[in-house]
Design a protein. Structure first.
Length: 280
């Protein structure tokens, strides 16, 4: 499901000039002590280091902070990522999550707290009591082979979240394939790296049919580049990933920010009890 790339298209992705870029390559934005990690040019080595740490520690807490006009909603929770034998084949390949998305389930409602869980490739949504299909069974399975409006809508919310908060499956491989670091900025003990991803280069170099289709879809829809910011802290821990999309026509930049913390700490991610699951 091309959830995030569809979002790029709806926002009319266009190429953005990189802030602070010069013919000399990497620009130091502020006078600061030497960065904890400093990798100029191609983003491959930075991504490899961050990915290695993320997969080794495996678990983390996430917070999604959407910007104005963003398709994502405020969310938080815990996740676990696993080392795969090859490239990710889907948005939930090797990913487990337990999170809460705050979004109205009907037009005109105040934001509901939609609980989402994915374990071993199976996804579930916990509905508010008034939406329960069977009294006392709030959890609704989200099978990917069911073409039904509610199921599709909930899967779209789920997959948008999964793409945003599982960087080893989605954003990091894209940045490694087509990204260049054009500026760094020291922030305390951490370093913020500004990177621009060339979608055409990413489509050529990214591994796996899933991500290649995502890149090709974006290109066919008029996309050129994607801008990222990665805040990397000591030990090459990813603390923040920010996605910046420039809207054609208005020039406005829509930002999605995902914050990561508590790397390596135990998390509890379990499928709902059978007695609480609505049977399809």
């Amino acid at each position: 499901m091309r959830v995030l790339m569809a979002g790029f298209v709806l926002l009319a992705v266009a190429g953005c000039d990189a802030p602070g870029q010069s013919a000399g390559g990497v620009v130091q934005l502020t006078p600061s002590p030497p960065p904890v990690t400093h990798r100029a040019g191609a983003a491959t080595s930075l991504v490899e280091a961050v990915t290695k740490v993320a997969l080794a520690k495996s678990t983390y807490h996430f917070v999604v902070v959407p910007g104005e006009g963003d398709l994502l909603k405020p969310s938080d929770g815990d996740a676990r990522v696993q080392t795969l034998a090859g490239p990710a084949k889907s948005v939930v390949d090797g990913v487990e999550l337990a999170g809460t998305v705050r979004t109205p389930l009907q037009q005109g409602r105040t934001p509901d707290e939609l609980r989402l869980v994915t374990v071993l490739g199976e996804s579930y949504a916990k509905l508010p009591e008034e939406f329960e299909k069977d009294k006392g069974k709030p959890w609704l399975p989200l099978p990917r082979n069911l073409d039904e409006e509610l199921n599709n809508n909930l899967l779209e919310v789920h997959d948008s979240l999964a793409q945003a908060i599982a960087p080893t499956n989605y954003h990091l491989p894209i940045i490694a394939a087509g990204g260049d670091i054009h500026a760094t900025k020291v922030e305390g003990q951490c370093v913020r790296h500004l990177a621009a991803v060339d979608l055409e280069r990413a489509a050529e170099k990214v591994n796996g049919a899933y991500l290649k289709e995502e890149m090709e879809y974006a290109l066919k829809s008029g996309g050129k580049t994607i801008d990222y910011e990665l805040l990397i802290c000591p030990g090459d821990e990813l603390a923040e990933l920010k996605l910046l999309v420039k809207v054609v026509g208005t020039g406005k930049v829509v930002t999605t920010e995902v914050r990561f913390s508590e790397w390596g700490k135990p998390v509890t991610i379990a499928k709902p009890a059978d007695s609480e699951v609505f049977g399809r």
